[in-house]
Design a protein around this ligand. Structure first.
Ligand SMILES: N[C@@H](CCC(=O)N[C@@H](CS)C(=O)NCC(=O)O)C(=O)O
Length: 197
């Protein structure tokens, strides 16, 4: 199995972590930015990454579809229809509502506003989503005792947040999310993956 993306966490890290957690030996293909225009031109639209390529050559696009497919394959999606919804409401809030806002800071390009203004707006915009996720964590993980892809997603997006909004996230403000991150980071496969990348 091959996961194709750029050389950064971005929208692929959640799937890399799910595969690392499941101890799956996958090809972690990282495209160099200089080679991207030629690769993009050769692809059918929407020409974006990540792409998951299965052993039989079948490709899946869209980061959340890929992550949810892998979560189901490797037992991190929740055990019942309702648990899956609990997992997905956190994955979608963090990846769509929070991370898409963070990208406005990461790739700051506003012709009128300053970076500081965009950061303040982003903090305001993501606060309801962050409070929502904090409120639905059953402790110690999103589903209670059992780790799921939602917990891995919290780790990925909070790392992105810490890189772009510096002091916004704290254990004082979001104690349940901070505990999820601590719990996830102690899982040996995740610890090993993080030390390597
Ligand atoms: N909704 C898509 C968005 C994919 C996307 O925009 N990928 C970016 C990288 S994060 C990309 O391929 N950028 C290069 C380009 O659009 O040329 C997903 O979640 O997979």
């Amino acid at each position: 199995m091959k996961l194709i993306y750029f050389n950064g966490p971005g929208r692929a890290e959640i799937s890399r972590l799910i595969l690392a957690h499941a101890k799956v030996d996958f090809e972690d293909e990282r495209i160099e930015i200089s080679k991207w225009p030629a690769i993009k031109a050769s692809m059918s639209p929407p020409a974006t990454v990540p792409i998951l390529e299965l052993e039989n050559g079948v490709q899946i696009r869209q980061s959340l579809a890929i992550a949810k497919y892998l979560a189901r394959e490797y037992g991190l999606a929740g055990a019942s229809n309702l648990e899956m919804a609990f997992v997905e409401q956190v994955m979608d809030t963090m990846a769509i509502d929070v991370q898409n806002s963070l990208y406005k800071v990461t790739f700051f390009r506003d012709p009128i506003k300053t970076l500081e203004q965009v950061k303040e707006e982003t903090k305001e915009n993501i606060t309801p989503s962050m409070n929502f996720v904090e409120s639905v964590i059953k402790k110690p993980f999103v589903l209670g005792d059992k780790i799921s892809a939602a917990d891995l997603m919290i780790l990925v997006i909070i790392r992105h947040m810490e890189a772009s909004l510096e002091s916004f996230f704290s254990a004082g403000k979001f104690p349940k999310m901070a505990a999820v991150i601590e719990g996830v980071k102690t899982v040996p496969q995740i610890k090993a993956w993080q030390e390597k990348h």
